[in-house]
Design a protein around this ligand. Structure first.
Ligand code: AMP
Ligand code: MG
Length: 415
């Protein structure tokens, strides 16, 4: 019954062979519902921050020493060899040290508070202790005092909403006094491989079979973006099996990623099923590799049909799925999770472009003398996943252009 309706709908709604820009725009019309949760800071690695974080403290909280040494009055140390009497010790976490008067000094450790009266530090290495006195043999430096709030002030907003929480962000959040933080709930993303030829790595291969590999890479890409990958068993090339798995995935997950079955082949069932029973937004994107992806919704759940060729599934994830995930999680445009940085590279050799398509060849990006260089080291076939390991970048050759040695072009430097 639905078939006629669906076809009508598609004849007006579905777009074919769209640019990457248009494809991203269309996917962003179908976000998943973003939710947030409060979690302990210790569990927040790799998550996307859902609030601005302001500092609860001044950093440093008090003037303190950047060196192990002696807290002094600089005026007492102008002559090399001056002798000062030791009044006590200031240690990190210790008692408030006594004030330092003229001709006096206080032993001080890194991070310990500066005693009243002192205005400079002499390093241990520049001193000689003699009984209850110390001879000053080097400079007294005011710059070795770390001033209260020179890094952060109470109330200063130092971490923005949408930031990806990596090691430095976690340390900063802790410094600012946040033990619990609000983060985006990791979207559950179904990973479904399709194809009769696929068996898990480690299993015996019968004639015509290959190891299923896409789900491993795609799941890792999801996790890197701050999502949660949910693995489904490989779906064989039957419409009923595929429909059943998509139904479960739509119930259990926020989004669905399939791989394989989206081209023109007789068993390209993801495309057929989406055409007949799903809501297709677009099919085919003008990129190489990775031309045949589709996007739409299955029973209301956003679905990306990634191409089966291993390189294509990675490239489509990086160029199409990742901007969508960022959009849905309201990730910060610069500080949010990302899989690649856009850079300028100088081509070492000729790189073939693609007529009418944005061409993303695998290249090795390296630091040259004055610029980043890009070179090719393996066969570029979209079936050769080794090319994603032997290289660390993708060219962004505009449609219909060729890359010649010495050309400066845009590229994605993969993280
Ligand atoms: P398809 O789009 O289903 O025709 O698949 C295109 C190519 O990718 C074929 O050579 C498939 O065997 C291969 N392929 C599809 N899915 C996977 C997968 N999950 N892991 C590895 N190779 C795959
Ligand atoms: Mg297939």
């Amino acid at each position: 019954m639905g078939r006629t309706l669906q076809l009508d709908h598609h004849s007006t709604g579905m777009e074919a062979s769209v640019t990457l820009q248009r494809a991203i725009e269309l996917t962003c019309h179908s976000p998943f519902e973003r939710r947030t949760e409060e979690i302990p800071l210790g569990d927040a690695h790799g998550r996307v921050l859902a609030e601005h974080l302001t500092s609860k403290v001044d950093d440093p909280r008090f003037d303190n020493s950047a060196m192990d040494g002696w807290a002094v009055r600089a005026a007492d140390c102008e002559i090399e060899g001056s002798t000062l009497s030791i009044t006590g010790t200031s240690k990190a976490g210790g008692e408030t040290p006594a004030a330092v008067g003229s001709g006096e000094t206080c032993r001080i450790m890194t991070g310990a508070p500066i005693p009243e009266g002192a205005d400079a530090i002499v390093m241990v290495e520049d001193s000689e202790e003699v009984g209850n006195t110390v001879r000053i043999l080097g400079p007294a430096r005011p710059g070795y005092i770390r001033k209260r709030a020179e890094n952060l002030r109470v109330g200063q907003e130092a971490l923005q909403k949408g930031s990806h929480l990596g090691p430095a962000e976690l340390s900063l959040a802790a410094t600012m006094g946040h033990g619990e933080i609000e983060v985006v709930v990791r979207p559950k993303v179904a990973v479904i491989s399709t194809g009769d030829e696929l068996v898990p790595p480690g299993a015996e291969l019968a004639a015509g079979q290959i190891h299923e590999s896409n789900s491993y890479g795609v799941a890792a890409l999801i996790e890197r973006m701050g999502g949660q990958a949910v693995h489904y068993d490989v779906v064989h090339d039957t419409i009923n099996g595929l429909r059943e798995t998509l139904d479960s995935a739509a119930r259990e997950c926020d989004a669905i990623l399939t791989s394989g079955g989206v081209s023109m082949g007789k068993w390209d069932l993801v495309r057929r099923l989406m055409e007949d029973e799903g809501e297709l937004s677009f099919w085919r994107v003008r990129i190489r590799p990775g031309g045949p992806p589709l996007f739409g919704t299955w029973k209301g759940t956003p679905l990306f049909g990634l191409p089966g060729n291993p390189v294509s599934s990675h490239v489509v994830f990086i160029s199409l799925v990742s901007p969508w995930l960022s959009h849905c999680m309201e990730a910060h445009p610069e500080n949010g999770p990302t899989l690649a940085d856009k850079v300028k590279v100088k081509l070492v050799e000729r790189i073939k472009g693609a007529p009418g398509k944005l061409c993303m060849r695998r290249v090795r990006i390296e630091a040259g003398e004055n610029e980043l260089t890009a070179s090719v080291h393996t066969h570029q076939g979209s079936g050769n996943i080794h090319s994603m390991v032997a290289h660390n970048g993708l060219t962004l050759l505009p449609p219909g252009t060729e890359g010649n040695p010495g050309d400066i072009i845009d590229a994605l430097w993969l993280r």
